[in-house]
Design a protein around this ligand. Structure first.
Ligand code: ADP
Ligand code: MG
Length: 263
């Protein structure tokens, strides 16, 4: 692949599956033969911890320090990037990222810090996947400004129209003012309970509401205890339970996003 693609995984609601989607999409793409970097853009550091780095606060050079170096116009190349045993790279995060947003108020070009960092390292990657925090704050704006597309995980339990409208409005503003190339990767329904029929209904309603503008993935991610367990042990769903339904769903979504089936 000649050019790398940057995908932001975003929804300002917490607990909708952003981190799980980032991890399994990232490792899925790596299993399909691509060079992948994941960026943990959340001070809660769930992505970092779910990849097995269980004490993120002990890491000394994380996204916070990277952003501080970009502010100082220091180029540090690939410093701080961790290499995971499942074939992906990670820019980790920890609690220090919470302090960065406050500092950004006085920074020139504060929306483009992450883009400038990614521009410096992206030639080494086919895909860069950014796990966003549950907010529409400045670091999420940075992710949207750096991204080619946004993937929006939505939890199947109810139809969060209001929240989605706020997110879509923010994406529209970033696209108009900062990043004209920004596109929707699509809406992905997660945590579908197999004992209810919500999912189909929700997919239909999302199609009616947003289908003209935004793709809604036909594949949805089932609710699965295996998924929860896999993040606790620091493995992807492919490594933890490769024959599970949830692994199959993630493979389908991965193949759809990269347009390739290799697994
Ligand atoms: P977010 O990043 O949006 O906050 P997470 O990916 O961290 O969401 O998921 C929230 C919680 O739900 C985590 O404990 C995670 O292990 C669990 N989870 C995620 N996807 C699934 C799933 N498909 N089935 C069951 N639990 C899930
Ligand atoms: Mg998360």
């Amino acid at each position: 692949m000649a050019k790398s693609k940057v995908i932001a995984v975003s929804n300002q609601k917490g607990g909708v599956g952003k981190t799980s989607v980032t991890l399994n999409l990232g490792i899925g793409l790596a299993r399909n033969g691509y060079k992948v970097l994941m960026i943990d853009n959340d001070y809660q550091a769930n992505l970092t911890a779910s990849l097995g780095y269980t004490s993120p606060d002990e890491l000394e050079y994380t996204l916070c320090e990277i952003i501080e170096d970009v502010i100082e116009e220091k180029e540090n190349g690939k410093k701080g990037i961790l290499t995971h045993s499942e074939g992906v790279d990670l820019v980790p995060s920890n609690i220090t990222l919470a302090t960065v947003e406050l500092k950004l108020i006085e920074v020139i070009g504060r929306e483009t810090l992450l883009r400038r960092y990614i521009d410096g390292i992206k030639s080494g990657y086919d895909y860069i996947i950014i796990d966003c925090s549950p907010s529409l704050g400045m670091m999420t704006v940075n992710a949207l400004t750096a991204a080619d597309s946004v993937l929006i995980p939505v939890q199947a339990a109810y139809l969060p129209v209001k929240g989605l409208q706020d997110l879509i409005r923010t994406i529209g503003k970033v696209k108009r003012q900062l990043n004209p190339k920004l596109d929707f990767e699509g809406i992905l329904i997660t945590m579908v309970n197999s004992r209810t029929n919500y999912a189909r209904e929700i997919i239909e309603r999302l199609h009616e509401e947003y289908g003209e503008k935004i793709k809604v993935f036909n594949t949805f991610i089932p609710r699965s205890v295996k998924q929860e367990e896999s993040s606790v042990v620091g493995k992807s769903i492919y490594k933890y339970a490769n024959s599970s339904k949830v692994a199959k769903a993630y493979k389908e979504v991965t193949d759809e996003i990269c347009g390739k089936e290799v697994f």
